[in-house]
Design a protein around this ligand. Sequence first.
Ligand code: NIG
Ligand code: FE
Length: 429
Amino acid sequence: MDADLLILNATQLLTCASPDGPKRGAALADAGLIEEGAIACLAGQIVAVGTTDEILAQIDDPDAALVIDAQGKVVTPGFVDPHTHALWAGDRASEFELRIAGATYLEIMQAGGGIMNTVRATRAATLDDLIAQTLPRLDTMLMHGTTTAEIKTGYGLDTATELKMLDAIRLLDGEHPMDLVPTFLGAHAVPAEYSGRTDAYVDLVVNEMLPAIADLHYRIESPDGESTIRAADFCDVFCEVGAFDVAQSRRILLAAQELGLGLKIHADEFEPLGGTALAAELGAVSADHLVCTTDAQLQALAASDTIAVSLPGTPFGLAHVHYTAARRLIELGGALALASDLNPGTSWCESMQIIIALACRYLKLTPAETINAATINAAHALSLGKYLGSLETGKQADILVLDIPDYRHLGYRYGTNLVETVIKRGVVV
Ligand code: NIG
Ligand code: FE
């Protein structure tokens, strides 16, 4: 067998393999540990995974490959971050101080700040400026091990700026090593000019924005020729008191589904409004946040194909004390994923390692559970589980080498970068 990249002698290699879909229930605890592990890649794909002895026996000419010696180190799949608002202009440092002084996130939003603050800065930014402000964040994500990330729009809230955000995501995807998955979040907040007229804004989203986005395709050139991709893979809604209620969310998501977009929902972040049951009802790809979801809705979610995405950086960022009832969800057989929610309001955190550390403490997950939730299950939260998220033959070679002797140091340690080498599509970045 040929290989152009070999990682050998890993003290521990975690495959996170799950050939039959996301890891549910007790399966989440099994990260597919191989001691003295190795992996062979060719042309950006994984061609073999096993022990170092097994892999060396299969490779015709090991000297033809770039060899990374992972002795004393841990090898895992690249992290997948399936929920971010990584594209924005400006910052909200002044709101951080208001919150320290006691103002709540929803109070700041209702007073015209919050998301609307970032919307004003994002509308004012040129496309180039928006890209320039975002690139360093993507670099930081990659350096900390994120090899694929979703990015939402939602800081435009008018058709032109929402489209500008999609253009920016497409351009960033082209120039950055990370794979970026675009989500349309026109229903992130009711913009100031529609204040008190939420249904009229929902009309705009359904009648103008969604058709424009469904129509928009980008041309991409690759060695195999030219093809087109759609501007957005998913449509998301902030289903929350002060944003969009369940009926408005259903209307937007049904319209998006009709246009062929996958569905996501910001559900039950601050109030148990019912977004989680709606996600299960509509067959959404994921339901995200799930901080105050009722047990009946968790049961509906666990029984569905919808992935539960928990974002522990958000309650931590807001200094709240409630987190997703992750143990209950796992006990019910649900499929749990983790994401950063990277955004300027509630969770400016580029590192999935920090998210893993928070999930161990506040979601009561073991390190193995968090690693599966941040890789294979996170890939399923983007409908990419067939192509990436685990170290299995045939998958994209997105791989991390961590400078730790035991995988449980992920979660246990926090605040420093434990990732030594990031490999994206078989290339060391
Ligand atoms: O997921 N809650 C809505 N959206 C983000 C916050 C975005 C912002 O405040 O800018 C979230 O927490
Ligand atoms: Fe979010």
